[in-house]
Write a protein that binds this ligand. Structure first.
Ligand SMILES: N[C@@H](CCC(=O)N[C@@H](CS)C(=O)NCC(=O)O)C(=O)O
Length: 207
């Protein structure tokens, strides 16, 4: 398999963390990383649009040439092929809880974090129309969400319950991605801080 990838972007990082948690490299599953540059707009170029008409990474290409896009769909596919360790839940209730937290994080935290980055950071200057007030408002929304998640983590060790899951991967990569836009863990967020330190200590956090 091939993974169209980018070292700095959060969506392909979700897939790399997932692959690392499954230890697929050590298990002999060959997934060759193909770097795609966002900074030079390789993602928007004609060659990459052949791979993904949306111009986004990650894309997983199977050995027969079939391509799967969307990080969550790619992880679901790999979970079905390599069920252990289970990262999307083992029982119907676990699956529902993990899906609920994963989707909540994607819509309520990840998407506004991308808006803060696009509208506030110099990386996008001259490439998109930046509206600073909109970026600042998105950042406020995200900071409020992390305050809420801090409170939620007072009651459980991981984002979706007692076990590490896909929801932790989405949360961790999103929190890390917020840094360049001024979205950071606050010193008083002790539960979020404890959780972040635990996830950062996992070998997959380096992926
Ligand atoms: N929902 C998609 C989002 C993919 C996405 O937004 N990818 C970004 C990097 S995180 C990208 O490739 N951007 C290219 C660009 O903006 O030119 C997923 O989870 O795979």
């Amino acid at each position: 398999m091939k993974l169209y990838d980018n070292d700095f972007a959060p969506s392909p990082r979700r897939v790399r963390m997932f692959i690392a948690e499954k230890d697929l490299d050590a298990r002999g599953v060959v997934i060759t990383r193909i770097p795609v540059d966002i900074a030079t707009n390789e993602t928007g170029g004609a060659a990459f649009r052949e791979v993904n008409p949306l111009g986004e990474v990650p894309v997983l290409e199977l050995d027969d040439g079939i391509r799967i896009r969307e990080s969550l769909a790619i992880c679901r596919y790999l979970e079905a092929l390599y069920p252990e360790p289970c990262l999307f839940g083992a029982t119907p209730l676990e699956r529902a809880r993990i899906d609920a937290m994963t989707l909540e994080l994607m819509f309520r935290v990840y998407v506004p974090t991308t808006h803060a980055f696009r509208h506030l950071h110099k990386f996008w200057q001259g490439r998109v129309t930046q509206i600073a007030d909109y970026g600042a408002s998105a950042r406020e929304q995200v900071l409020e969400e992390w305050r809420r998640i801090d409170a939620l983590l007072a009651e459980r060790p991981f984002i979706a319950g007692d076990a590490f899951s896909m929801a932790d991967i989405v949360a961790f990569t999103t929190l890390e991605f917020g840094k360049p836009s001024g979205i950071r863990l606050q010193p008083e967020q002790l539960h979020l801080g404890r959780w972040h330190a635990a996830i950062a200590a996992r070998p997959s956090a380096k992926a």
